[in-house]
Design a protein around this ligand. Structure first.
Ligand SMILES: Cc1cc2nc3c(=O)[nH]c(=O)nc-3n(C[C@H](O)[C@H](O)[C@H](O)COP(=O)(O)OP(=O)(O)OC[C@H]3O[C@@H](n4cnc5c(N)ncnc54)[C@H](O)[C@@H]3O)c2cc1C
Length: 304
């Protein structure tokens, strides 16, 4: 590992709670934050040669990292944060905050990314998750994605929309690292876009998104159930349900918050209880949207 010599940060035993919006998670054996794409590429190639497991972390806004942390290396992409605009084409590096890309493009009168304003996380994480809110998904404006394949070679995927679905992208099916996304936007009115973004931000504030540490929706919505997961959970009266320091938000039944001293295990146990309750009461199997990552060995709970 001493051979990693790149612009950026390399640390051992880095506490990951500092890098996740839930503010939970044990240490990464090795934590690497490159600040350019060649550095990321060299790092990945070296780790693969040495057969060290790699986990890619963006803004940590959709993950619960286990209390035992992550064995192997965590590559934090947030050092790759360039956003460049040429006419209606926007190139966003993987680690740029997607909300910053939305704000920057709207300021220039470009329409298409504004629905993602104030959603936490990076561009890479948003593409990986095919992030969705306010009736739109990121694939609708995605033109192509540059990524590093399993052999750490730089490749381009032209975004074919049939490969994307609700909270699903082709990147979930491969060990590929997104380095940059290219979007094609439309000309719009900067003031109108700013107004819309403020509405989105206010709506998120009203739902308590920024009140306590969380990772947004715990469960995906499933059209087969005829109602959003939040409504189903609300009908079962789960708001305020707790496990240790984890609590179902008082403002939204599909959000778990860290009230201060939650562990990752608390969050996982509470997620299991919600899923089990819906299964018992409604017979439906909710699918978690938050990702449980890292070393969960010897955790007393069954895996989700
Ligand atoms: C308050 C709040 C509100 C939210 N609201 C929404 C919402 O409205 N809609 C929505 O869709 N989500 C929402 N989320 C969840 C989260 O914001 C999104 O899923 C976001 O896209 C995650 O991005 P990230 O960079 O934080 O990814 P991370 O959480 O860091 O990672 C998520 C997954 O993506 C992978 N990944 C990340 N970057 C890369 C990369 N460069 N290459 C390959 N794989 C990568 C990781 O390995 C991991 O598997 C919300 C979260 C919070 C905290």
């Amino acid at each position: 590992m001493s051979q990693i010599n790149i612009p950026g940060t390399v640390r051992r035993d880095e506490p990951l709670k500092q890098h996740t919006t839930f503010r939970v998670g044990g240490p990464a054996d090795v934590y690497i934050r490159p600040t350019d794409i060649p550095g990321l590429q060299r790092t990945l190639a070296l780790l693969r040669t040495e057969q060290i497991p790699v986990l890619i972390l963006g803004g940590g806004a959709n993950v619960v990292v286990s209390d035992r942390g992550v064995r192997g290396a965590v590559i934090d992409t947030t050092g790759l944060s360039r956003i460049s605009v040429s006419d209606t084409t926007v190139r966003v590096e993987a680690g740029a905050m997607i909300s910053d890309a939305a704000g920057e493009t709207a300021r220039r009168g470009l329409e298409g990314l504004e629905f993602l304003y104030s959603m936490p996380g990076t561009c890479g994480g948003a593409v990986w998750m095919n992030a969705r809110c306010y009736g739109s998904s990121i694939d609708e404006v995605l033109d192509s994605v540059n990524y590093l394949n399993e052999a750490s070679e730089l490749c381009t995927l032209t975004a074919a929309h049939e490969e994307f679905d609700y909270k699903l992208s082709p990147f979930q099916l491969h060990d590929w690292t997104i380095v940059e996304a290219v979007f094609t936007l439309r000309y719009g009115d900067a003031d109108e876009l700013t107004h819309r973004m403020q509405q989105y931000y206010r709506d998120r504030c009203a739902k308590g998104h920024f009140t306590l540490p969380c990772a947004g929706s715990v469960f995906k919505n499933d059209r087969r159930f005829g109602a959003p997961s939040g409504k189903i959970l609300d009908e079962l009266g789960v708001r305020g349900m707790t496990c240790g320091g984890a609590r179902v938000s008082d403002l939204h039944a599909n959000i778990i918050v860290n009230t201060g001293d939650a562990t990752a295990s608390d969050i996982r146990t509470l997620t299991h209880r919600l899923r089990d309750l819906v299964r018992a009461e409604r017979g439906w199997e909710l699918d978690p949207e938050i990702l449980f990552i890292g070393d969960w060995a010897e955790d007393p709970h069954t895996s989700i």
